[in-house]
Ligand binder design. Structure first.
Ligand SMILES: CCc1ccc([C@H](C)CC(=O)N[C@@H]2O[C@H](CO)[C@@H](O)[C@H](O)[C@H]2O)cc1
Length: 806
């Protein structure tokens, strides 16, 4: 009997098979003979889940006993990836499960193929949240992730005549065996209405709408440890009485369910934008729904072991994943002042100590601001609290910078002109004890530009925590063959939880046999991907489409290569496969034009026998964590070509370098730290750096057309587009480059093309390329999410691990 008085679950294939059978019979209500593949999948999932649930119970017991300081991660997005393979690895059942499945005559691959990917995020921010949760559990840090359980995740992308079309992602259509619904922990959320003062001056919020938040959680297992944390996702429900029976019996069926549908709409769908705020009221409702449910749940958990509010910030640190959950600050003030009756000053002191804010962008259009009129209508009490916070804050600014009205106007949480709006980034900085960027350059630029006034006022509040990635997800699971070769080379697999040990590979660069094996693994991963000639240079650009990421620059290189090959057919060209993958926000038309042009260029090249033997462009649709895990191990070249000063960090750059791809990139985001660590010889650098880009952009001197006129190859590439050479599409792309060219694509063109020639030359020296590839992996240890979490824990969270005993 283990600590829970239960017979421990077996670790042999026979015992696993027994559990599979009993779950098939008792929890799935069917037999092996009549089981569908979906039955087999759900049963396998439950049998694996049980082994993690057993650890979860012991984790909860250990955390309860320790009454530790908790990390609560509030994020509007989580890109968790498929769960089955991960949970089989973390529960150590991957081998016995497959044996048991075969024993029962089931095909493990077919069954595993039914595992779904919860696409509850857009891109970098959502995946980072998942990698950090994985690392927190692996480092035994008591933590809970809070998010929204969207019914519809990020849209499914397909191409129609080369253009992106979006389809709804009903990810739980077949159910989700990985979640534990907990309706008994439901919370009540208010919207609209007005505020009243009661006889002793306390404020009452009289809501106009009441919605219920029902949580369900998924397990977040640690790797190589017994800790199993959770991520709790909230789903909106109408209150019990929301179904209007009288209307129904009057035949008004739609009206009868109107209120319930209205409520459920709050968590219906993820907003597919990842850089431009659209200011939709439903998005603001989603954000408040998330923070109200989560804060009430956090306070419920605090009260299980604590009574004194002064203890709250000692036991609780809440990390705000960008500005999306910033309403948590006025919400905690409302709960402490209006519901718990604390005085403002104490409540404010506790609130500031409790929160920390991570900024993930530098794009002004991505910094959220909400119209005061919308805020007032939806959240009347919170607006009052924000005004009070702002008043007291501006008084502090006046003291420090007397008479500096411009500074007051810039720093105010309320924007006055041209429209009164609430600046969520300002509120986030004012209401937290720590603010961080996600790469050294990003954090530096935040303190020097976007949040400069605040850095002047509170210099010690600003930190840098360079992003990281889960080595379990992005090399152990994604690239098992390379992982075994590394373990063979290092003599143990301890590197998976201690990525700095990869430096041990450096001494193997001199071993020709090892280099040979290294190349064989990469080639086999290309065969597995099956999207191009496995002996070609696989040139990969995988990320959301955005003009600052400059997929259009990569395209200009392809067209130039195409024209060069056409112009001098005799010349020997190393075959190259250029792979694009990524989604564009549905309303982002400029990005969708680039997608369409890429597919047109791909089709033209494919149909041209003079070029297709040397150049191929592929664009697999519906990029997500699962597809990324297939592409990354197959990459030779990693495209990180954003305009310097625009990409906050990037994390795809880290995943590709860790899997032995060489980077061609600018001095932007974490590219700089990757180059510093892997070595300048193992990185293809090009382009303007941030100061030069700022100078050119804001010096007002930038004439994109001048570059067109002075560079013959650039001109012929753009002319080919303008002349409709690529199925007549792409005019919008060429015109915007010759017009504003916001992200200096033409200014960096020549440097990029020349750099790609260096790539070509380097690729020809196979042994040297392999050595550089091994060194990229060997020197990527720093980019483990474990290091990132250790940095947060030491510099911002001040938390320590809690061991989970057997
Ligand atoms: C309001 C709409 C919206 C939605 C999402 C976002 C995210 C902050 C965008 C995002 O994903 N940013 C990316 O975050 C990654 C993790 O830190 C970084 O590595 C990327 O550089 C950054 O673009 C901004 C604006």
């Amino acid at each position: 009997r283990n600590g829970m008085g239960l017979r421990p679950l077996g670790t042999s294939a026979a015992e696993f098979e027994q559990d599979l059978l009993s779950n098939l019979y008792y929890r799935r209500g069917t037999t092996v003979e009549s089981a569908s593949t979906q039955d087999a999948y759900e049963t396998l999932a439950l049998t694996v889940r049980d082994r993690l649930a057993e650890r979860r119970v012991r984790t909860a017991a250990a955390h309860y006993a320790a009454n530790p300081r908790w990390v609560y991660y509030l994020s509007a997005e989580y890109l968790l990836g498929k769960q089955l393979e991960q949970n089989m690895l973390y529960s150590g059942t991957d081998r016995i499960a497959r044996v048991a499945m075969k024993q029962l005559g089931l095909d493990p691959d077919e069954v595993e193929g039914l595992d779904i990917e919860p696409g509850l995020g857009n891109g970098g921010l959502g995946r980072l949240a998942a990698c950090l949760l994985d690392a927190m559990a692996t480092l035994d840090i008591p933590a809970v992730g809070y998010g929204i359980r969207y019914d519809l995740g990020i849209f499914k992308q397909a191409f129609k005549d080369g253009a992106q079309v979006e389809k709804p992602d009903d990810w739980t259509y077949q159910g989700n065996p990985w979640e534990f619904p907990a309706p008994d922990d439901q919370q009540t959320v208010f919207f609209y209405g007005h505020t009243e003062r009661d006889e002793n001056g306390r404020t009452q919020w009289i809501p106009g709408e009441i919605v219920l938040g029902e949580p369900s959680h998924m397990l977040v297992p640690g790797h190589g440890t017994d800790t199993v944390n959770i991520v709790r996702l909230w789903r909106a429900r109408g209150s019990e009485s929301s179904f209007d029976l009288s209307r129904f019996s009057a035949g008004q069926y739609a009206e009868a369910v109107d209120e319930a549908v209205h409520a459920e709409n709050i968590s219906k769908v993820l907003y597919p934008d990842d850089s431009t705020e659209l200011g939709r009221e439903l998005r603001l409702k989603q954000q408040y729904f998330l923070v109200s449910c989560s804060l009430r749940d956090i306070i419920r958990r605090f009260r299980l072991r604590n009574t004194d509010w002064a203890e709250f910030p000692k036991k609780t640190v809440i990390q705000l994943n960008d500005t999306h959950p910033t309403l948590a600050i006025p919400e905690l003030m409302r709960l402490l002042v209006d519901e718990e009756g604390l005085g403002w000053d104490l409540a404010w002191a506790l609130t500031k100590q409790t929160f920390a804010y991570t900024c993930h962008t530098l794009l002004p259009e991505a910094l959220e601001t909400w119209p005061v009129h919308m805020f007032e209508r939806l959240l009347p009490r919170h607006l009052e609290i924000v005004y009070e916070i702002n008043e007291r804050f501006l008084a502090e600014v006046r003291d420090r910078f007397p008479g500096d009205v411009d500074r007051l106007r810039r720093m105010s949480i309320i924007q006055e002109e041209p429209e009164r709006r609430v600046r969520m980034a300002n509120l986030a900085v004012v209401g937290t004890q720590a603010v961080n960027g996600v790469a050294e350059l990003h954090s530096q630029l935040l303190a020097e530009t976007t949040l400069r006034d605040f850095a002047d006022l509170w210099p010690t509040k600003f930190h840098n925590v360079t992003n990281g990635i889960s080595p379990r997800r992005f090399i152990k699971l994604a690239n098992p063959t390379l992982s075994s070769l590394i373990t063979e080379g290092l003599g143990s697999d301890a590197w998976i939880n201690d990525l700095d040990q990869l430096t041990g590979l450096e001494r193997l660069t001199g071993d020709a046999a090892f280099r040979e094996k290294w190349r064989a693994v990469k080639r086999a991963n290309k065969v597995r991907l099956g999207l191009g000639d496995p002996d070609s240079l696989t040139d990969v650009m995988i990320k959301r489409f955005h003009e600052y990421k400059r997929q259009q620059l990569n395209l200009l290189h392809i067209i130039t290569l195409y024209q060069r090959i056409k112009a001098s057919p005799g010349r020997a060209y190393a075959p190259r496969t250029v792979l694009f993958a990524g989604k564009a926000a549905p309303a982002y038309h400029a990005a969708k034009h680039i997608i369409r042009l890429i597919n047109a260029v791909a089709a033209v090249i494919d149909a041209d026998p003079a070029v297709s033997p040397y150049l191929k462009v592929v664009f697999p649709p519906n990029y997500n964590v699962t597809l990324g895990s297939l592409i990354i191990p197959a990459a030779d070249l990693s495209e990180q070509i954003s305009l310097a000063g625009k990409e906050a960090s990037g994390t795809g750059n880290m995943k590709l370098a860790l899997n032995g791809a060489l980077t061609i990139g600018t001095l932007d985001g974490a590219n700089i730290e990757i180059r510093d660590r892997v070595g300048a010889d193992n990185f293809f650098l090009f382009g303007l750096d941030t100061p030069a880009a700022l100078e050119l952009r804001h010096g007002g001197a930038y004439q994109p057309r001048a570059f067109y006129e002075q560079d013959e190859e650039l001109r012929s590439a753009l002319d080919a587009i303008l002349d409709g050479k690529f199925l007549g599409v792409g005019r919008e792309v060429a015109e915007s480059l010759l017009g504003r060219d916001e992200y200096l694509t033409l200014a960096d063109y020549r440097s990029y093309i020349d750099c790609q020639e260096q790539v070509e030359k380097a690729w020809a020296d196979t042994e040297q390329w392999t050595t550089s590839s091994i060194l990229n992996t060997a020197r990527s240890g720093f980019f483990s999410a474990d290091r990132t979490v250790r940095d947060y824990a030491a510099g911002i969270w001040h938390v320590s691990p809690v061991q989970v005993t057997r």
